[in-house]
Design a protein around this ligand. Structure first.
Ligand code: COA
Length: 482
């Protein structure tokens, strides 16, 4: 069955109300982003005072457009949005995407309610208000005033903060992280996180979701869909208002009622979501989940050319509940055939500071093939005797030659050459990070998700057998009873 939000992401036509010739106005920038992004549907600028904008003929109203319009982007001052909504309702569009500020977040709750009423009366859904728009790369659709040229990928990002969302779009470009979608939800007057999760759950272009949440309006609806989602794909949450002071700030930002930090943490754990404090960690995790590699088991092997880097990674893993066990004996025997006698063949395996790229290749290749090694963290510290790019090439070669799919994560510490090698590895599908701690933390996310996922799956399956009903209904009942 087609998702209720399908036409928001795959519109046949889009109108931009408030499209302006003035290049500094938001209505101009959004229209330009839509056109420059390569969106293939019809685009209609709407502005009663302009004849054409960006080379397209302008319409005085949406209802005067003679063509299919599924989505209407609204970029006029808040007090004009009701008349626009009435007109769009007459035109029969499905979605109103309201960029305008000046609603609940500044105490103007009545205007926001009125907007939703007009939309409902006309069978429309509202995204926003108070948002920067949205992006969906599979449809080459950038209906936002954020940066253009997002890299297509498998991560969807839902954000209640516009500024953070725009910053994140920039961050993902700089860090070369591909996204399927970025959706600004703002005041969530109608379409909310749960609605969007429902769409991304069945979206083959989305592998994981990052969410920045300040508050949830319908907790039960969120719990239902988020549990279902986590059982299939990871949710990474950046929760704002973790402290009492942050919660107060969130209330005056989008008018959200932020739940208490402890209650919130429990809710997210129950639905299987991963929680991070900052944007960088969220994207570090996202990079890991892009490839959807299943975890074959508990044994992590660390290969490093620097003892200190190995210790840092071991500590980070231990803090996340992952203990390194000794490598299998036949693997150690193999390492001894080429490593110098002063190398350590315990875990972390220290292939020594002078390790050639050949050592990395041999040690990694065998580890990939070994049944008792389930995931591998490869650490590299740049020295004058080694070459980061060559080491990266050796890692990629080992991974590509073996057909075995297990998580391989790299941590490269060093100067600009190491940074280049990190990009090279990431483009080849091997998540790579500039510190051992970030690499270890990212690897641990796979273990944490695997654990959370199986708890959620077990709970959902148990509830289903217990009540013999649809898991969603049953779960709602249980949560309601508590
Ligand atoms: N239909 C179509 N166009 C209309 C219109 C209507 N009913 N009423 C006015 N317009 C035109 C205006 O004439 C203007 O075009 P022009 O430049 O050719 O004169 C254009 O729409 C925009 O209206 P304007 O009054 O100039 O508003 P603006 O562009 O300065 O600001 C918003 C509009 C929505 C951007 C602004 O009110 C706002 O809310 N800004 C904050 C947005 C934001 O930060 N969102 C949250 C991000 S996280």
């Amino acid at each position: 069955m087609e998702s209720e939000l399908y036409r928001l992401f795959y519109p046949r036509g889009i109108a931009v109300v408030g499209a302006s010739k003035n290049p500094s106005k938001i209505g101009h920038i959004v229209l330009k982003n839509i056109l420059d992004g390569g969106y293939k549907g019809r685009v209609y600028p709407v502005n009663p005072t302009a004849e054409s904008v960006l080379g397209l003929p302008c319409y005085p109203s949406v209802s005067s457009i003679n063509g299919e319009v599924d989505v209407v982007i609204v970029s006029v001052p808040a007090d004009k949005t009701i008349e626009v909504a009435e007109d769009v309702g007459r035109a029969g569009a499905q979605f109103l995407v309201v960029l305008s500020s000046g609603f609940k977040e500044v105490g103007n709750k009545e205007l926001e309610e009125r907007l939703v009423q007009v939309a409902r009366k006309n069978g429309m859904r509202v995204l926003g208000p108070n948002i920067f728009g949205y992006v969906y790369t599979p449809a080459k659709l950038n209906a936002s005033f954020g940066p253009p040229n997002l890299l297509p990928g498998k991560i969807a990002f839902i954000t209640q903060s516009g500024a953070l969302g725009i910053a994140l779009m920039g961050y993902s470009i700089v860090e070369e992280i591909g996204v399927s979608s970025v959706v600004s939800v703002g005041n969530k007057a109608d379409i909310d996180d749960a609605d969007l999760l429902s769409f991304f759950l069945n979206d083959p272009n989305t592998q994981a979701v990052i969410m920045y949440i300040e508050g949830i309006s319908d907790g039960r609806k969120f719990l239902d869909i988020a549990s279902e989602f986590s059982a299939r794909k990871p949710i990474i949450t950046i929760k704002a208002g973790r402290t009492e002071f942050g919660a107060k700030a969130a209330a005056s930002h989008t008018g959200s009622l932020s739940s208490g930090p402890i209650l919130w943490e429990g809710v997210l754990r129950q639905v299987g979501a991963l929680q991070v404090k900052d944007v960088q960690t969220a994207f570090d995790y996202a990079r890991i989940f892009e490839r959807n590699i299943k975890l074959p088991g508990p044994n992590v092997l660390v290969i490093t050319n620097g003892g200190g880097a190995g210790v840092q990674a071991t500590d980070t893993l231990a803090e996340r509940g992952i203990r390194l066990s000794e490598p299998p004996k036949d693997y150690v025997d193999y390492l001894r055939t080429f490593l110098p006698p002063y190398a350590s063949t315990r875990n972390p395996v220290d292939i020594t500071g002078g390790a050639s790229d050949e050592y990395y290749y041999l040690a990694l290749r065998k580890a990939l093939e070994h049944e008792e090694i389930h995931s591998i963290l490869v650490l590299y510290c740049q020295t004058m005797t080694t070459n980061p790019m060559k080491t990266a090439e050796a890692i990629i070669k080992a991974v590509q030659e073996t057909d075995i799919k297990k998580p391989v994560v790299a941590g490269f510490v060093g100067g600009p050459e190491s940074k280049e090698a990190i990009s090279y590895l990431s483009r080849a599908g091997i998540p790579a990070y500039p510190t051992p701690e970030r690499a270890a933390e990212a690897l641990s996310a796979i273990y944490l998700y695997s654990k959370r996922r199986s708890v959620v799956e077990t709970r959902l399956a148990y509830l289903k057998t217990l009540y013999g009903k649809s898991q969603r209904l049953v779960e709602t009942k249980i949560i309601g009873e508590k």
